[in-house]
Design a protein around this ligand. Sequence first.
Ligand code: SAM
Length: 334
Amino acid sequence: MDKIDAAARHTPVLLQRCLDLLAPAFEVDAPVMVDSTLGMGGHTEGVLRAFPHVRVVGLDRDPQALELAGRRLAPFGDRFTGVHAVYDEIRDVLARLGLPAAHGVLMDLGVSSLQLDEAERGFAYAQDAPLDMRMDPTTGRTAADVLNTYDERDLVRILRAYGEERFAPRIARSIVAARAKAPLARTGELVDLVRASIPAAARKTGGHPAKRTFQALRIEVNAELEVLERALPESIEALAVGGRIVVEAYQSLEDRLVKRALAAGATSSAPPGLPVEPETHAPYLRLVTRGAEEADEAELARNPRSASVRLRAAERVRPTPDHLLPRTPGRRAA
Ligand SMILES: C[S@@+](CC[C@H](N)C(=O)[O-])C[C@H]1O[C@@H](n2cnc3c(N)ncnc32)[C@H](O)[C@@H]1O
């Protein structure tokens, strides 16, 4: 199967819900949406089809995703612009394109099925491949760099924090012992090593024994949580008043950051006890989902990837007050 066919067959998670949530924000002249996680372009294609007056700017840090999505979306002509960028650069990208703001921002977090299926990229524990795991293979440290250079304490920390791995100290100890003989190079070696580090009884539960280690490494290699934490306020700042942000997260660490960033904007920043809330402290976001939405039975049947999705959305209701603007080095508060 051609890669484009494969992409077209992949069903975007909660597509119709995303379209319904974004629709009110597109009731303006010449609306712009930023798809911050273009991937194979499934959500973007849905938006371009459903809203013929919307222009989409699609970001991805993975050049291969941009190439495939670009080919898939070519029929939409200049209504689609693909940009190689990390999503915390959203405001710089819009500025470079001469666009003052976005009316919609969509973030469908994590790795794409394309990245998982491409064995050579090293994301999958089920296939032996070089220990890479970079979403952007043109830059930055690989999983092998992390495994072969981090000290044992840091390995324990990332396995615990990003993989919620109970056996982090044992696994880290085995990594350090193995690399003293020869640097780790292949995913298969890591899988064997993790398997051997986990007590037999624990191996029977909790899915594939290397799942949590691979998740932790992927998050570290791509600095996923640091980037997301910066990107959320940047994305909110990119929104015009009336604009909406929709975020789909697939693991609790990410969902917690999303929940916190949206709640911060949707809560008064006035000190408690003031008789009247000053205008400058009024919320600048309104939550448009109640808590996190999950996939229903029908979605689950269509799309197994939706099993762990947590979807949250908010609308910008006023400009962010000066005292709450994100502090980005080198950028003046606008
Ligand atoms: C789950 S996929 C998106 C799938 C897409 N919604 C679709 O329907 O085809 C996530 C994509 O986001 C990209 N990505 C993840 N983190 C990123 C970041 N910090 N900056 C830019 N792109 C990122 C990944 O490379 C991947 O292609």
